[in-house]
Write a protein that binds this ligand. Structure first.
Ligand SMILES: *Cc1c(COP(=O)(O)O)cnc(C)c1O
Length: 394
């Protein structure tokens, strides 16, 4: 619900949540919901997974917080783990607290290198989403989100996703980086083709430009691999993470090849990589590994689109796009919000990714039954949202 003293930056759904456990959350009245919204991609392990909770509680009692003037063991371990798991050669990690901050750091790093080499411009994709801070917003290829804040920094030029010729033409001598989401999340859940990603990698290598992958939404198991980029076998020079990384605590990370680095004084974050968040993030990675959740995410990704499309009326889903535990269902009309509200009535939380795409980001621990329940709710909700009464009012 909208509270009078909370700034209305979100148009909220009519639910106030008080408790969560596993794949379920409960509202004030005790009503249970299956959570396939997952805090927009955060809750890979569901809510309050026991392993994550124990790690966070133990660390809270051991060492709550110290600044980055000192080393801590959870941060060092997390950096080592991320460097080993993510598709960035010889990575070093900068820790922060959100996706926008991770991208802000990546943009600053790309700018620092680009300015030194005389290649300061960055190419990004139309329809992309990189966050709400000024530079991340300037990199976001969605005019509606930018309009009220123009003029923004003019460091970015935009090309249509999947169009290699347009990218090659845009990559003139002044371009030092290409920024993309391997699976575009907010832009309607659009996985980029593996062949396109490999061609982008080749172009970047040929033209001395960094490939910067924004895996804030697609990374940490969400798409059935540690990073969505693994699907194509492509390595990034810089890669950003957030959402699922902290398991529910605010965590962000930017990985970069050792040869591309900030020096002391270039960049910083007071809270970034604090001991509690880092202990939680390590528990997320360990649990994904121990419970074989990458394979589970892929299995969910086989079932969910088939079941959801089957449950919906014929022609109600124009396209089902996604991978692993991130799916977007393109509707024939811009009624995604109506469909999400109708899913709430059916007891399932989902989210919209644009006006005409219903998105499901189930936890990687979802059962086959959970998938069936969500698919059934989706089918009923889409039928209701596309019924004539809604069509006239929308
Ligand atoms: C959510 C998101 C962001 C922004 O993350 P915040 O934590 O909200 O700042 C950036 N990039 C992508 C791809 C996202 O999905």
């Amino acid at each position: 619900m909208n509270e009078p003293h909370v700034m209305p930056t979100y148009a909220r759904y009519p639910v106030t949540l008080v408790r969560g456990a596993g794949t379920r959350v409960w509202d004030e009245g005790g009503r249970e919901f299956l959570d396939f919204a997952g805090s927009l991609g955060v809750n890979a392990l569901g809510h309050s997974h026991p392993a994550w909770l124990a790690a966070v509680r133990d660390q809270l009692g051991m060492l709550d917080m110290v600044s980055n003037l000192y080393a801590t063991s959870p941060q060092a371990k997390l950096a080592r783990r991320l460097a080993a798991l993510m598709p960035v050669p010889d990575a070093r990690v900068f820790f922060c607290n959100s996706g926008a901050e991770a991208n802000e750091a990546a943009i600053k790093l790309a700018r620092k290198r680009g300015i030194a080499l005389g290649r300061p411009a960055i190419v990004a994709l139309e329809g992309s989403f990189h966050g709400r801070t000024i530079a991340a917003l300037a990199a976001t290829g969605q005019p509606g989100k930018r309009a009220a804040f123009e003029p923004l920094v003019d460091w970015f030029r935009f090309v249509p996703p999947g169009d290699l010729d347009a990218l090659a033409a845009a990559m003139t001598d002044d371009v030092g980086a290409v920024l993309l989401e391997p699976v575009m999340g907010e832009g309607g859940v659009r996985p980029l083709e593996d062949t396109y990603l490999r061609d982008v990698r080749r172009l970047c290598s040929e033209r001395d430009a960094l490939l910067v992958a924004d895996e804030v939404q697609s990374g940490v198991g969400r798409c059935g691999d540690w990073a969505a980029l693994h699907h194509s076998g492509v390595m990034a020079d810089v890669l950003t993470l957030a959402k699922a990384l902290g398991g529910g605590l605010p965590a962000g990370a930017m990985l970069a090849r050792e040869s591309i680095s900030f020096a002391p004084g270039d960049h910083a974050s007071t809270f970034g990589g604090g001991p509690v968040v880092s202990a939680g993030a390590l528990a997320v990675l360990d649990t994904i590994e121990r419970e074989h959740l990458l394979a589970r995410a892929r299995a969910i990704g086989e079932m969910l689109p088939v079941a959801a499309v089957a449950a919906a009326p014929a022609d109600a889903v124009v396209e089902a796009r996604g991978r692993g535990c991130l799916w977007g269902f393109q509707l024939p009309r811009p009624v995604a919000d109506e469909a999400v509200v109708a899913m709430i009535d059916e007891g399932v939380l989902a989210s919209a990714a644009g006006p005409d795409v219903v998105r499901m980001s189930p936890p990687l621990i979802a059962s086959d039954d959970d998938v069936e329940i969500a698919a059934g709710a989706f089918g009923a909700a889409v039928a209701a949202a596309l019924a004539p009464a809604h069509g006239v009012s929308s």
